[in-house]
Design a protein around this ligand. Structure first.
Ligand code: SF4
Ligand code: SF4
Ligand code: SF4
Length: 379
């Protein structure tokens, strides 16, 4: 109970009692019986966390935090409660347990060596040491696990390196990079998260990097907001969209125009968690004159429906379907996203409903690389 009280106090969740103003904004509440204030009330009166599945259902998408006038950090409250629940050996229902096993395995000192750079081909210029490092995240793992969906997530990494090369950057990439630990952290599994973080910081320092570029919003969020709580480091952190937006500002990047109408899905980690809405739009607007916003965008963006591979259920599918319909309603046939997981969840949803959506989900980096003449184009 003491730890729950601390979670409530640290996140100001006591304001939630008898409030519930954000319930109508919560994507879960639209399709199921979910109410943030009720979860806090149960915790406050000492009801056990364990049977309360809503602790694991929350998408930590931050829509509630965005509209809360009391400054309650509800996603952080949920993360802390999950950590308490994990101490009691409870966990949510994981859709892809093998990914968690790999993350925990990588955190062990006895972890076998990885082959995470298999996607580096001769045309890509990369280094082992240098100023600018590209943190590839879990793309090589997703590439294998989700290949049945027709996805080749390492193309995101390949496109990112091609873009950087074109802009005269030969990034450092690391075979000993490990998962950033985002999913373990948000599922309350703190010890392996800390071990993974320590390894990443140690390896990046050993390469002499002063700037780390991310394509994955979750990795970026983890380094920017969570690692500083546990580790000391002073490298600059940047999302590839920010890097590109800077280059557009300087006038040092050229794109060919892509006339097809495109829309953009804000991933919650890049958008609401980090407040990065403009840089991807600056880049897309420079490429696509027919860029069109979805009805819900920026701070109000809808969620892809699943976070940390947990509780992918019928409500999650409804949330995904709602977002994809918004995309279709724009008239665009291409929805760009900067998040590999949004790409995976949306593609998975559509693969089970092949006739329902006339929409293609395209990774931001792949789209940009096409506009720079670095990838074959289908638009
Ligand atoms: S997060 Fe804010 S708006 Fe939502 S129930 Fe709590 S106090 Fe109310
Ligand atoms: S973080 Fe998202 S899913 Fe969780 S309560 Fe807030 S709005 Fe609902
Ligand atoms: S939607 Fe995402 S979490 Fe759910 S089964 Fe598909 S890939 Fe897994």
């Amino acid at each position: 109970m003491e730890k729950i009280t601390e979670a409530i106090n640290r996140t100001k969740a006591y304001y939630c009692v008898e409030c519930g103003k954000c319930t109508s904004a919560c994507p879960l509440s639209r399709f199921g019986d979910y109410s943030p204030d009720r979860v806090v009330e149960r915790a406050l009166i000492g009801l056990p966390v364990r049977p309360d599945l809503s602790v694991w259902s929350c998408l930590t998408c931050g829509r509630c935090k965005e509209i809360c006038t009391y400054g309650v950090d509800y996603p952080e409250f949920i993360r802390r409660v999950r950590s308490i629940a994990r101490d009691e050996r409870e966990q949510g229902i994981c859709a892809h347990g093998e990914l968690f096993s790999v993350m925990r395995l990588l955190a062990r000192p006895s972890a076998p060596p990885q082959k995470r750079l298999y996607w580096i081909s001769k045309d890509l210029k990369v280094r082992d040491k240098g100023d600018i490092l590209y943190f590839t995240g879990c793309l090589p793992y997703f590439d294998i696990v989700f290949r049945d969906l027709g996805l080749h997530t390492v193309e995101i990494a390949r496109s990112t390196v091609k873009i950087l090369n074109k802009l005269d950057v030969e990034p450092v990439v690391m075979n000993d990079e490990v998962c950033c630990g985002h999913d373990l952290f948000w599922n309350g599994d703190i010890e392996p998260f800390k071990r993974l973080g320590a390894l990443n910081i140690q390896h990046i320092k050993s390469r002499g990097a002063r700037k780390v570029i991310f394509s994955c919003p979750e990795g970026y969020r983890t380094f920017k907001l969570d690692y500083p709580e546990f580790f000391e480091f002073d490298f600059e952190l940047l999302h590839i969209s920010e890097f590109l937006a800077e280059r557009i500002e300087e006038g040092t990047v050229d794109f060919r125009t892509i006339d097809a109408p495109v829309t953009y899905h804000d991933p919650c980690r890049l958008g609401r968690h980090l407040g990065i809405y403009d840089p991807p739009r600056r880049v897309l607007s420079a490429i696509a004159p027919n860029f069109v916003e979805m009805a819900s965008n920026r701070e109000n963006s809808l969620c892809c429906g699943t976070s940390g591979w947990t509780n992918c259920d019928s409500f999650a599918e409804e949330i995904r379907g709602e977002r994809l319909k918004e995309g279709v309603e724009t008239g665009a046939q291409i929805m760009i996203t900067t998040c590999p997981k949004c790409l995976i969840h949306f593609t998975c949803h559509m693969s089970n409903r092949p006739r329902e959506y006339n929409l293609k989900i395209v990774p931001f980096e792949v789209f940009v690389a096409r506009a720079m003449g670095l990838e074959e184009t289908t638009e």
